[in-house]
Design a protein around this ligand. Structure first.
Ligand code: SD4
Length: 336
């Protein structure tokens, strides 16, 4: 059963009724209008990028309810799309690079600013779990490539083929033209980033992706880079990115969003300002043709928001009062 179907089944049987979920989908555009003034929600809060965030949130929420530590809830939550072959941008089934290799990036960060990260990792279905091992069991923050794989195997992870027949077919099709021009909101998105504000009011986050489809072999995006794809400061707030990683790295995106929140900006204002900065810096850049970047952010008060360059970016939010639902991010330019 696909995780989406499983999720809908679980949801229908679980605490959040399907009808509530559906009505919240349709309410999402309305909710978005108010994002800048969003009232803080009661803790805990789980927020994840894109629609696959719903299933991830559901799992993370369940774990938190069962008393799991926030980082374990994140590993389990984002582990759902990582294992889902139908999610073509994360973990197993992710679209490969131009050599047909699925290479994965992930990172995780806790309330103490401890973090773990893996980049350019191949053959391991759950890079987020390896990133957590880097945090827990090494003196380092980031392991990459063969070293990351060696570490994962030493820790008992199983090596497996992550290239599904479907993704192989897509790759073969891409090879016919071999043109690197990511399709906005399709080929350069869909990282899952998850931010958690737990019951005690502490922040943590994680991020995992197969990165941009058809990238050069060896390319690493923003997602495993603390400060780019993910950043948090437990005194202030947390932010995570999705979209064209090169643009997020150039601007230290997530770190900047958190820094603006430190200066008193709301999550919405902070995400908007950094998206605008990225847009302005790339207006005359070769990447502009396919530039999409979006951020989600949450502060200590439980205010949250999302904002992106172009329309189409949405995120899943789960809190006790309102359940698990999709909300649309604000955006800078109208063109998709
Ligand atoms: C990257 N930021 O590798 C990632 C791609 C992505 O949603 O999906 N973002 O550039």
């Amino acid at each position: 059963m696909s995780s989406r179907r499983k999720f809908i089944k679980n949801t229908a049987l679980g605490t959040v009724g399907l009808s509530a979920l559906v009505s919240s989908f349709s309410a999402s555009a309305e909710a978005n209008k108010n994002t800048s003034k969003a009232k803080p929600v009661k803790k805990p809060l789980v927020i994840s990028t894109w629609r696959h965030g719903l299933a991830a949130n559901e799992e993370a929420w369940k774990q938190l309810n069962n008393g799991a530590a926030p980082l374990d809830a994140i590993v389990a939550g984002v582990g759902v799309p990582e294992a889902d072959p139908d999610v073509r941008s994360v973990g197993y089934g992710g679209l490969p690079d131009r050599e047909g290799k699925v290479t994965l990036d992930a990172c995780i960060m806790d309330k103490n600013s401890d973090c773990g990260s893996v980049s350019f990792l191949q053959g391991i279905k759950h890079p987020i779990a390896v990133a957590k091992k880097v945090l827990d069991e090494t003196p380092h923050v980031m392991l990459t490539g063969k070293g990351a794989l060696q570490f994962a195997l030493e820790k008992g992870f199983k090596e497996e083929n992550l290239l599904t027949e479907k993704s192989k077919e897509s790759w073969k099709k891409w090879l016919e033209k071999s043109k690197y021009q990511p399709v906005i909101n399709i080929e350069n998105h869909d990282t899952i980033s998850m931010l958690v504000l737990d019951e005690e009011g502490n922040l943590s986050g994680g991020c995992t992706t197969s990165g941009a489809a058809w990238k050069l072999h060896g390319r690493v995006g923003d997602s495993p880079i603390i400060g780019a794809g993910l950043f948090l400061d437990n005194e202030v707030g947390a932010a995570a990115a999705t979209g064209l990683g090169e643009a997020v790295i150039r601007t230290a995106g997530s770190a900047m969003v958190v820094e603006l929140m430190r200066q008193g900006k709301s999550p919405y204002e902070a995400c908007k300002e950094i998206v605008e900065r990225i847009y302005n810096k790339h207006k005359n850049h070769k990447d502009m043709a396919y530039l999409q970047v979006g951020f989600i952010a949450v502060n200590k008060k439980g205010e949250y928001a999302g904002y992106s360059i172009r329309p189409g970016f949405n995120y899943a939010v789960y809190d006790k009062e309102n359940g698990n639902r999709m909300e649309d991010a604000g955006f800078k330019i109208k063109k998709k």
